[in-house]
Design a protein around this ligand. Structure first.
Ligand SMILES: [Mn+2]
Length: 325
């Protein structure tokens, strides 16, 4: 029996399932977790869903995902679940304070699509070719059989839309589009959802994005554009770090540049580095070399160096001669 069939069997025979997704969840993490939870609940399985931000903090769009109102704090998550599912976690540390529960779970179904994922859980469902964790969850639900509740369809669609950059990125296959079409057969307000996901910026954020854009620097030898924001920038603008997640999508629009990088200072002073490539660089490898992870064209890591030192190291990594073909 393959892992998909084993996971389906475990989930269909479970009475209780505990689901978790990664710290600072995006729409793929929350959507895959809440989508699977909605399916399980529709079959009489009791579920509990959480993520390791303490206290839970949800971006405004998350309110549109059914089930988000039932998310529980980490303290209310079972210590040693009989069946636990993790969603969109590239590694165990992405579970933060929920990692001990995963360690103690009897069955641990690990659903993810990050190439850097070492393969975790008693049942790993990890497909680096999948556009999103939601796409893997959709397949799992298909193997489980039965009806897809409308609530689940909305949640999965949210993850599909965002992790494909609105069906733009390389991993968007004909199969991804067929899944999206199947989900859209369900009666949910997709334009309201997508506006909440993409057209909901506060003016404070737009002003801060202006500062970041004005600071953008080009590094021709690395075919790169980059910018940064410090804690002082965020504080002065009155903007939370999580609110700046889409900044990279603005920077990466620079013409004739392969790599875009955005450096954001964390509260501990270190810089979180988000990198994107148009196709010429393998950023999963670059990020892994700096202790991070991600996909070939979209990855991230944390740097102990300031902006200049971080960029110098990144330029070196990007311009290293690749191994002889
Ligand atoms: Mn994802």
């Amino acid at each position: 029996m393959d892992d998909l069939a084993r996971a389906a069997e475990v989930l269909t025979s479970a009475g209780d399932v505990a689901l978790a997704c990664h710290l600072n969840p995006d729409a793929d993490a929350l959507g895959s977790m809440l989508g699977l939870s909605a399916v399980l609940r529709s079959r009489g399985v009791s579920t509990v869903c959480s993520f390791p931000n303490e206290p839970l903090h949800l971006p405004p769009w998350a309110a549109l995902l059914p089930g988000s109102e039932d998310l529980v704090e980490v303290v209310d998550f079972p210590d040693a679940p009989s069946v636990m599912v993790t969603c969109d976690c590239a590694s165990a540390d992405r579970l933060g304070s929920l990692e001990p529960a995963a360690t103690k779970a009897q069955e641990l179904i690990w659903i993810d699509h990050h190439r850097s994922n070492p393969g975790s859980g008693t049942i790993p469902l990890i497909d680096p070719a999948a556009s999103s964790t939601c796409e893997v969850v959709f397949r799992l639900i298909g193997v489980m059989g039965g009806e897809m509740p409308d609530d689940a369809a909305l949640c999965l669609y949210a993850g599909l839309v965002t992790d494909t950059g609105r069906f733009q990125y390389e991993a968007t296959t004909p199969e991804t589009l067929r899944i999206a079409a199947t989900l859209r057969e369900h009666p949910f307000d997709h334009s309201r959802l997508v506006q909440a996901l993409y057209e909901d910026n506060r003016r404070e954020y737009l002003r801060l994005a202006g500062i970041a854009l004005a600071r953008a620097s080009f590094v021709p030898e690395a075919n790169m554009v980059w910018t940064y924001l410090t804690q002082a920038d965020l504080a002065e603008a009155g903007v939370g770090a999580n609110e700046t997640d889409d900044l990279i999508d603005l920077i990466r629009t620079a013409r004739d540049v392969d790599v875009a990088a955005v450096l954001k200072q964390q509260q501990d002073g270190r810089f979180k580095v988000s990198v994107r490539s148009r196709g010429a660089s393998d950023l999963a490898a670059v990020a892994a070399a700096f202790g991070g992870g991600g996909h070939r064209l979209a990855a991230g890591y944390t740097s102990d160096h300031g902006p200049a030192g971080t960029i110098a190291r990144l330029v070196t990594a990007l311009t290293l001669p690749s191994p002889a073909a």
